[in-house]
Design a protein around this ligand. Structure first.
Ligand SMILES: Nc1ncnc2c1ncn2[C@@H]1O[C@H](COP(=O)(O)OP(=O)(O)OP(=O)(O)O)[C@@H](O)[C@H]1O
Length: 277
């Protein structure tokens, strides 16, 4: 019979003489990366609720890292609402061999994998149950030939469902960035995302507030379109860093609309990028 841990257990199995036979040892559910992938850091971008600009923040972080000369990939784990390929103007299908699937490469060199790159019709809905969707995300890790990457950003679906759970359990996530917006609900939803990452022992790198303000193009006055920000208080309360406050920026919105995000500049997330490095 497997031995159980004793009162002296520190919680970590490292260095314990009983670690091989202990029945209480946490199960490692990590999926193997593709044999041809060498990824230095995996960063998850999460949000407690939808529509806060998580995909935009993911792509902005990837752009900032590309500008700094790093090899970057984006895994679009938002299977039912994929938006990353379109932002970069990618509408082709990914190619596969018996070794795996090759990500598509954006004009700025960012490697991208998304369910939309595997579908014949990118407008066809994905009507799959949670475990199937979660399985696809694991395949994005095991079957995609990412090659050598400094950073892989994972654009998670909103909330705390099957996919974030699978990503946290199956991928070696080095840390998460929580994206939020300045609304009353925010405190509760940030805490949900925060608590999920904590419970899964994933380091929280900090929070980014999106839609923080709009700068008047005539007088430069900052208008709080979605109300007063509470992000600084929330960050203090949770003991996490505020990594950036992104305004509503028509130039960025245009880059998305024109499907030319590979050219977009985002000066608002420099400290978020530095925190990752
Ligand atoms: N700071 C911003 N300035 C201008 N446009 C923005 C900004 N943030 C997001 N947008 C635009 O708002 C829309 C929604 O953003 P995005 O797709 O990133 O949200 P999301 O949180 O990933 O959504 P979902 O939860 O549905 O996956 C997009 O068209 C995006 O380009």
């Amino acid at each position: 019979m497997a031995e159980e841990h004793t009162e002296e257990c520190s919680g970590s199995c490292e260095g314990c003489a009983h670690s091989d036979s202990c029945g209480s040892k946490p199960q490692d559910m990590r999926a193997p990366a593709n044999a041809q992938s060498k990824i230095k850091k995996v960063i998850g971008v999460v949000s407690g609720k939808g529509g806060v600009g998580k995909s935009l923040v993911t792509a902005s972080l990837a752009r900032t890292m590309r500008e700094k000369g790093y090899a970057v990939g984006i895994m679009d784990a938002d299977i039912t609402g994929p938006s990353i390929p379109k932002m970069y103007g990618i509408h082709e299908q990914a190619m596969g061999t018996q070794d795996g699937i090759y990500p598509c490469i954006a004009k700025d060199g960012t490697k991208i994998m998304s369910i939309n790159l595997l579908m014949e019709d990118e407008e066809a809905p994905v009507i799959w149950r949670g475990p199937v969707i979660a399985g696809v995300v694991t395949q994005f890790w095991s079957d995609v030939i990412w090659g050598d990457l400094d950073y892989l950003f994972v654009d998670m679906p909103p909330g705390t469902g099957d996919v974030p759970l699978t990503v946290f359990q199956s991928l070696p996530v080095d840390g998460v960035i929580i994206v939020t917006s300045p609304q009353d609900l925010v405190q509760m939803i940030v805490k949900k995302a925060y608590n999920m990452a904590r419970q899964m022992h994933i380091p929280i790198l900090g929070v980014v507030e999106n839609y923080s303000y709009l700068e008047c193009p005539d007088c430069g006055k900052k208008i709080n379109v979605f109300g007063e920000s509470h992000i600084d208080e929330i960050a203090v309360d949770l003991g996490v860093e505020v990594l950036g406050k992104m305004p509503i920026d028509p130039k960025i919105a245009r880059a998305v609309e024109d499907e030319q995000f590979y050219d977009a500049e985002n000066p608002y997330l420099i400290s978020a990028a530095e925190k990752i490095m």
